[in-house]
Design a protein around this ligand. Sequence first.
Ligand SMILES: [Zn+2]
Ligand SMILES: [Zn+2]
Length: 286
Amino acid sequence: MVTHETTTHTTTGSRLKEKKKQEEKEGAHCRRVTDQSRDMARQMEDSHRRFLQTMMANGIVDEQSARTLYQYCCETHNTQHTPDKLDDFIETINSKLQPMFMQVRKGMSEDNGQQFYALVNMAETDVTRMSSDYADNELELFRKTMDLIVCSENGKASSTDILNSADTLTTKKLKKSETEHLLNRLVHDRWLNEKRGEYTLSTRCIIEMEPYIRSMYQDQVKVCHICRNIAFQCQICEKPTCGIKIHNPCVARYFKGRAEPRCPACDDFWPHEIPEVRRPRSQSKR
Ligand SMILES: [Zn+2]
Ligand SMILES: [Zn+2]
């Protein structure tokens, strides 16, 4: 009797479990449908439009500015502002930008690890996106500069190397003064950063050009072991069979508070100097 009861109980139990599973499945399905209809219902409101207009004017903003702007746009247009829903807010904008091959994308500054949002033209996948502002030979030099940076160990190109490659242009040669002027413009337009005569790709450039860089430099491009984004300025594990790369800010965050730095992949001693975690103005909760 007891056995029977137990059996019945077990059977009922497993049947209940089955039913629950089924319900869960259906629940998941319902949730997906709800998500979809919510996507359909996602409407650009005035707050979204204002946010987008500012992004169009600026091209790129840091995370803190994006948060402030989000709050400002909501308050100005009397819509609900939920501080941790910035990415959802941007998703709504992106859903409307998609047919125009535009997108607001997020990326990290390789200098300080700060997050940025950039408005990206997805239709033009390479440097032709710059063709309205730069002549053909200027774009050729920018491509050569990218080659130098991507293929370098430290993600930098010296002004000397860039000037030398200006001599090898096939479109139309650039004089030294023209090259210097062009480099200043590229920095001013936020495609390159410059520090002590060395050039790096700007955050904007990395966010906008990532698909191009990944396809163009498949063999050379490095990916950060921690955040999985492409990496230029990074530290490299010295064990030859490992050789993983980590962005400097990701190094700083990863090794913070660890007694002895060891490679997250091979566990070898990490011989590089660990940079300080530089906190930008804002504090993320993480
Ligand atoms: Zn990283
Ligand atoms: Zn390693």
